[in-house]
Design a protein around this ligand. Sequence first.
Ligand SMILES: [Zn+2]
Length: 310
Amino acid sequence: MSVSEGRFPKSLIEFQGRFATESECAEYLFERRWPEGFVCPGCGDGRAWLLKTKAFTYECAACGRQTSVTAGTIMHGSKLPLTTWFWAAFLMATHSNGISALQLQSQLGLGCYRTAWMLCAKLRRAMVNSEREPLSGVVEADETIIPFRAKEDPIVVPAGRSGVGKMLVAGAVEVDGGSPRRARLKVIEGFGKDEIHAFVLGAVAPNTRLVTDDWPSYNDIPDIKHKAITVGPMAAHIVLPWTHRLFSNLKRWGLGVYHGLRRTNLQHYLDEFVFRFNRRRTRHAAFNTLLGIAARTAPAPYHVLICKTA
Ligand SMILES: [Zn+2]
């Protein structure tokens, strides 16, 4: 049985035993990245040898290109040991509420906050699987307004659906036999028809049965069976219980772990929340997923991580 097909580490002790050394981590990454054997990213050839002079680096026999096991992945060019990356991924994936950069810094004994912050920011980018299946069957959709925190600003609690100076979020939850399955969250610029249609069409499969309130932006989405329910001012949690619960958990999580979500990189925080929500019953497998996606996710240098629109 290969490393990546094996049982997921269920405890810290088991994790520590399995990923104690750099080469154990590198072997795992190799299998996640090249399950069928090495493929040169330059020419596609499969013949290569492991260099003795550079750590976990393969030289293509056809074109001579050297590729390390982390080259071109989210771990590209990192000075941190692989064991630190693995610990960070394990803690981020398995902790029920997630972990802030400050907590990670103290748990891993990292020298500076910026290093911990970079680790979290990079791993968060590996929390969306680009090949994920759209939601289908019965799906609730709704939108919400999230109070945001700027560095010096007080917490702003906006009212109404006007989008000026607020963070707007659209959400959808797949419902199966009365229970929630997977969710999606997306930062949107407004609650108009274009924004809402783009969100729904990006999140759900054709022929999905979409349940919403009577906000008109949900009307006439192509290939979607739409049921709009008129709600009174207090009844949204009865008509759309799962999106309502998703949004309230999101807000509580943002306050609890991050002391209020910020506008910068909000989509990546939403992605982290959804990653954890969708794997709430398989947290230890989530570690495998996170490192698997990390091995396929393009590098994100510091200037990209701090970019507001990134
Ligand atoms: Zn090559």
